[in-house]
Design a binder for this molecule. Structure first.
Ligand SMILES: Cc1ncc(C[n+]2csc(CCOP(=O)(O)OP(=O)(O)O)c2C)c(N)n1
Ligand SMILES: [Mg+2]
Length: 650
């Protein structure tokens, strides 16, 4: 491919390599850039470049504009009435069908990065009523779409070109897949007849992304395009949500099709069971009413089902202690007396003890992940287990469940609330409060060094528990989960299942786009931040007041911790020289500060919170601090290391 922009027109040379622009000799109709673009387009046949006359250009433009106006008018009338489609009846290029379908789905913001085979689509996006955020790397864009979704509750949309663009989405899709986040990713593909030819920028995108998407497909015919996009949104956002990818060859983008009836989905094998079985719900309620020592264990499913209100009602009405997974944090206000905070590998001692000693474990929207259960054979050994989940395949997957209830958490908890009774369970709650008193999350706050936990506590105090927090992966993530007390859903945005370093900054951008007025803080690790810090340019471009707090210990701290504990302190490749992050931030147009004195922490956080520009604060924290407690691999969750250390700090 080769192309350049001349003073008067975009000149494109066609090549056999699949250069995509509407240069197909068997051609479909041409798409013309709309107002504001360069003055015309050249049609390319077998490498020859022809120039359009200015008269032809202007008539083409006006024809195009009136079609656009008509489409817009069609949309405003038909959408609300039919609730089905506004795609209009006129003949349209696939690229326009894509844009209209997105608008139909209520998309007003999307993320994406251009490339050859998506040129027709980007041309249609040029003046579409959709806010477009251009990341600096497709992985970043996918994380932005993911966090945008987690914060807004809407489907995140990401578009990328074929080959390298699509490949760059893989980590982002896998992150969303593991955490059940609804994303629709649109990728361009080489022309249909070139597929399988090792064409320029060809990759088997559906093959590569199959394991990291809930569903994916390639569109072979423009007739199917609107339906497949509609299905993509539906599949992504219903049931157990997840990412869906639609691969669209460039010839489909330029082929024209006239949609003359409402678009209907055709998903005979995709069945949803939102309502839980009434008998199972009654059995669960009876078990709760009978239990002396129950624990509610809740995960991200509560948040995606918007069931936090019901969770609160259930916990209060039946009087149940509540522990949350990393992704569940925020679903139950951690200031409430029933909160046991997070459980699992770096969870609270009181949550882990309670789970191990409970007689009834009520799991809701959680999947018994190994970071939660530790040694499976000895997990919650005395408990009867209720599992409420929308995904039947996660029932009894890791742990044998006694009372499964498949369905939507909001609906099921709503029913359960009606049947449960209040029980005081004084002995049980007393036991829990003793553990809470004995083993709170602690650190040595008398140290003269900056402790990472102190930075987070101070951020929590100054933001009055109200900020949206994103994280990197590693110790920074675990300390954020331990020391920031979350009070509402969609407040902690973190890569739980995949544990993707580099998630924090792009996630903060996606979160801030979703909630422009919120205080959004990325609590990051130095090396996690380094993976995607190029996205600071995106934050600067859009003037987003995100705040990045780098807990800079110089190390890949979490891995160093394992090396300290289990590899005889042989710190193999966990130290990397860092750049001056504040200077990097300034070079990219953001505000950058470095803090190395403990006494400066409160005031720098105060000024950071007032900052309107994106800013990065590089906190030079204690280098070899560890996260406690810790359940070593293969141990039961009540076999925690570090409790003596926590006690010694009392
Ligand atoms: C993309 C990616 N590569 C490697 C890892 C493995 N890993 C987990 S935590 C970690 C170290 C993180 O270092 P840093 O961001 O500085 O965080 P810290 O633990 O020091 O807070 C590594 C390498 C990962 N989770 N993600
Ligand atoms: Mg680090």
């Amino acid at each position: 491919m080769a192309g350049f922009k001349s003073s008067s027109c975009l000149v494109v040379f066609s090549s056999k390599n699949g250069w995509p622009l509407e240069a197909d000799p068997k051609s479909h109709s041409w798409e013309f850039p709309k107002n504001g673009s360069s003055s015309g387009i050249t049609k390319c046949l077998s490498g020859k470049v022809k120039k359009m006359s200015s008269k032809a250009r202007s008539s083409a433009k006006s024809a195009d504009k009136s079609a656009f106006d008509k489409a817009t008018a069609d949309k405003s009338t038909s959408r609300s009435k039919t609730g089905m489609t506004s795609l209009g009846k006129q003949d349209k290029a696939g690229a326009q069908i894509i844009v209209d379908s997105l608008i139909e789905e209520g998309v007003d913001t999307m993320f994406g990065y251009i490339g050859g085979v998506v040129l027709p689509l980007f041309d249609r996006l040029y003046d579409a009523p959709i806010r477009f955020i251009n990341p600096r790397h497709e992985q970043g864009g996918c994380h932005m779409a993911d966090a945008y979704s987690r914060v807004s509750g809407k489907v995140g949309v990401m578009v990328a070109t074929s080959g390298p663009g699509a490949c760059n989405l893989v980590t982002g899709l896998a992150t969303a897949m593991m955490d059940s986040v609804p994303i629709v990713a649109l990728t361009g593909q080489v022309r249909t007849e070139l597929i399988g030819n090792d064409a320029f920028q060809e990759a088997d995108t559906t093959g590569i992304t199959r394991p990291v998407t809930k569903y994916n497909c390639i569109v072979k015919d423009v007739k199917d395009l609107a339906r497949l996009i509609k299905e993509a949104f539906y599949i992504a956002s219903t049931g157990r949500p997840g990412p869906v990818l639609i691969d669209i060859p460039v010839d489909v983008e330029v082929s024209r099709y006239s949609i003359d009836r409402p678009v209907e989905m055709d998903l005979p094998g995709y069945r949803l069971r939102p309502k839980g079985n009434a008998r199972q719900i009654s059995i669960a309620a009876k078990a709760i009413n009978k239990s002396e020592q129950p624990v509610l264990y809740v995960g991200g499913g509560i948040i995606s089902a918007n069931a936090s209100d019901e969770l609160r009602q259930l916990a209060k009405k039946a009087h149940l202690p509540v522990t949350m997974t990393l992704l569940g944090l925020g679903s139950f206000d951690q200031r409430e007396p029933e909160s046991l905070d997070m459980l699992g590998m770096h969870g609270s001692a009181y949550a882990n003890y309670a789970v191990q000693q409970c007689d009834l474990l009520i799991a809701v929207g959680a999947r018994f992940d190994d970071r939660v259960t530790g040694k499976l054979a000895t997990f919650a050994p005395n408990a009867k287990i209720i599992h409420i989940d929308i995904d039947p395949s996660s029932i009894s997957k890791n742990i044998r469940v006694d009372i499964p209830v498949v369905g939507d958490a909001k609906e099921i908890l709503g029913e359960l609330i009606k049947e449960v009774e209040f029980r005081e369970r004084k002995k049980w709650f007393n036991k829990i409060s003793e553990w809470k008193k004995k083993y709170p999350f602690r650190y040595d706050n008398t140290s003269s060094k900056i402790k990472p936990q102190y930075v987070i506590e101070e951020i929590c105090r100054q933001t009055e528990n109200g900020a949206i927090i994103t994280t990197g992966v590693g110790q920074n993530q675990m300390w954020a989960a331990q020391f920031y007390k979350f009070i509402r859903p969609r407040q902690l945005i973190s890569s739980g299942g995949l544990g993707t370093m580099g998630y924090g900054l792009p996630a903060a951008i996606g979160a801030q786009i979703a909630k422009p007025d919120a205080t959004v803080i990325d609590i990051d690790g130095d090396h996690s931040f380094n993976m995607t810090m190029t996205e600071l340019s995106t934050a600067v471009e859009h003037n987003l007041p995100i705040k990045v707090c780098v807990l800079n210990n110089g190390y890949m701290g979490m891995v160093r911790q394992w090396q300290e504990l289990f590899y005889n302190k042989r710190y193999s490749k966990t130290y990397l020289a860092n750049p001056d992050y504040a200077a990097v931030a300034r070079a990219l147009g953001a505000v950058g500060e470095t803090v190395d004195k403990k006494a400066d922490v409160p005031k720098i956080i105060k000024s950071m919170l007032k900052e309107k520009k994106p800013c990065v604060v590089d906190f030079r924290v204690e280098r070899e601090e560890n996260v406690w407690p810790m359940v070593p691999a293969g141990k039961s969750i009540d076999e925690m290391s570090g409790l003596d250390i926590l006690e010694s700090m009392a």
